[in-house]
Design a protein around this ligand. Structure first.
Ligand code: NAP
Length: 240
């Protein structure tokens, strides 16, 4: 029997954690909800970089590191690959497939905040679904633009930005109502590939609203890439 350290923070990671016995550890950064009903151990908080993570792996006698973090959480994924290498244990990763544009979609990829700001110029009422990052840029909102910003929790906005706190899964009817009520003329999104947040893209397609998609970060090579929960559970097989 192997001892697994599961790095989580997304829905699929929690689903995997629910199958793990008490010798395994489910690790969370501590920004979202912490489950209290798991059989496995739960650890909350960072390790202090790749070296700290490697130290924890050695101290706890971990045999397998399973990175099931968000596709945009690149730092922890790089730390995981580096720490596993340093400890000579395998690193597996759940790598969610990206969403692909469909007929009727008007998507444009942007590399970073500077490109995004340029691409937003023709629009008046963007809906940001990037998490908290846009909060740092509230003072940059140009006259004539009014932002709607959706994050996990509510934060103060300003006279040109309303912040909505909401957690998925989201439903198409509610997303359509949000787009119409806020008169959204452009959607700003990561390409998370999550079914829980996909309805906003369906509504953008339906209403002819363009989407500015923040490029996925480059993630490190790992020993094994798995595409979803069932693939992970099959791969873990009798290891757990
Ligand atoms: P990040 O930039 O890759 O990581 C920042 C730091 O947070 C890491 O260096 C690490 O601190 C700590 N950390 C991240 N995930 C951890 C985990 N599972 N267990 C222990 N420490 C962890 O990540 P982020 O983009 O800030 O996201 C933070 C967490 O939220 C991730 O676990 C991710 O799965 C989840 N999440 C992120 C997004 C997103 O859009 N980025 C969306 C949904 C959920 P140390 O260096 O001190 O170890």
């Amino acid at each position: 029997m192997k001892r697994i350290l599961l790095l989580g923070g997304v829905t699929e990671a929690l689903a995997i954690a629910r199958t793990l016995g008490p010798q395994h550890i489910y690790s969370l950064a501590g920004i979202g909800r912490v489950p209290t009903d798991l059989t496995c151990q739960v650890r909350v908080g960072g390790y202090g970089g790749a070296d700290g993570l490697a130290q924890f792996i050695r101290e706890q006698g971990i045999d397998l590191l399973l990175d099931a973090t968000h596709p945009y959480a690149a730092q922890i994924s790089h730390n995981a690959a580096q720490a596993a290498r340093a400890c000579a244990i395998p690193c597996w990763a759940l790598r969610r497939p990206a969403w692909q544009p469909q007929t009727g979609d008007d998507w444009r990829e942007v590399a970073d905040w500077a490109e995004l700001t340029q691409a937003l110029k023709p629009y008046r009422r963007p809906l940001f679904t990037l998490g908290r990052e846009p909060l740092q840029h509230l003072h940059e909102i140009p006259p004539g633009q009014f932002w709607t910003l959706r994050a996990l929790d509510v934060y103060p906005g300003n006279e040109r930005c309303e912040v909505i706190g909401a957690r998925g899964p989201f439903h198409r009817e509610d997303e359509r109502e949000l787009f119409q009520r806020r008169q959204i003329d452009v959607l700003v999104s990561k390409n998370s590939g999550s079914t829980a947040t996909e309805p906003k893209l369906e509504v953008a397609r339906e209403l002819g609203v363009p989407v500015l998609v923040l490029k996925r970060p480059v993630l490190p090579a790992v020993d094994r890439e798995l595409g979803g929960v069932s693939e992970v559970l099959f791969a873990l097989g009798n290891l757990i």
